[in-house]
Design a protein. Structure first.
Length: 186
């Protein structure tokens, strides 16, 4: 029961942070939804697929098996560790970005964030999301979850590449210097 509650609370809380933050942004006339940096259909399909994959892990944690095989407990424990670690990166990354957080590329000026987790990775939130995809795959051992997770990671890597191109245009040499110091992921 504690395991299922933990697995459920982390994504639910993160979604609350995103939606509540979006409402606060709108009150200040800031649009949280930026421009899709790649094909809109792929961009939004990958974003919604994240919710499906998180849901798969939540469902499995509550005892509704979506696995075709018995998932060894040690894999579930590894997945739980990854799940918590991934969400820690997502939460910390989101709060570090503050007003600069967007889904996609912003339509208005933002500041280059290089503090907090961004001193260790240029994309800590993407790392966190990737880790939750791996956690879902390990926890369920469901081939559909695995394939959808691969789809999400591939599309999000494409998003990262497009966002980095945008950042280079917006922040110029400051961003290039940052890229020289800090790795893309880890």
């Amino acid at each position: 029961m504690i395991e299922a509650a933990l697995v459920t609370i982390l994504p639910a809380g993160f979604l609350i942070v995103l939606f509540y933050g979006g409402a606060l942004f709108l009150r200040r006339n800031i649009e949280q939804d930026g421009e899709a940096p790649i094909n809109r259909t792929l961009f939004y399909a990958s974003k919604y697929s994240i919710l499906v994959l998180w849901g798969a892990m939540v469902i499995q944690s509550w005892g509704v098996s979506i696995s075709f095989v018995e998932v060894p407990r040690f894999l579930q424990l590894i997945a739980l560790f990854l799940w918590v670690s991934g969400f820690a990166l997502l939460y910390l990354g989101r709060f570090t970005l503050g007003d600069s957080f967007r889904f996609g590329t912003p339509g208005e000026d933002t500041r280059l964030k290089v503090n907090g987790l961004f001193r260790l990775s240029r994309n800590p939130m993407y790392v966190g999301m990737y880790v939750t995809m791996v956690a879902s795959a390990l926890y369920t051992l469901n081939p559909v979850v695995v394939l959808l997770g691969v789809f999400v990671i591939v599309i999000h890597h494409t998003i990262v590449m497009a966002e980095e191109e945008h950042m280079q245009k917006v922040f110029g040499q400051e961003y290039l210097d940052y890229c020289d110091r800090i790795r893309r992921y880890i």
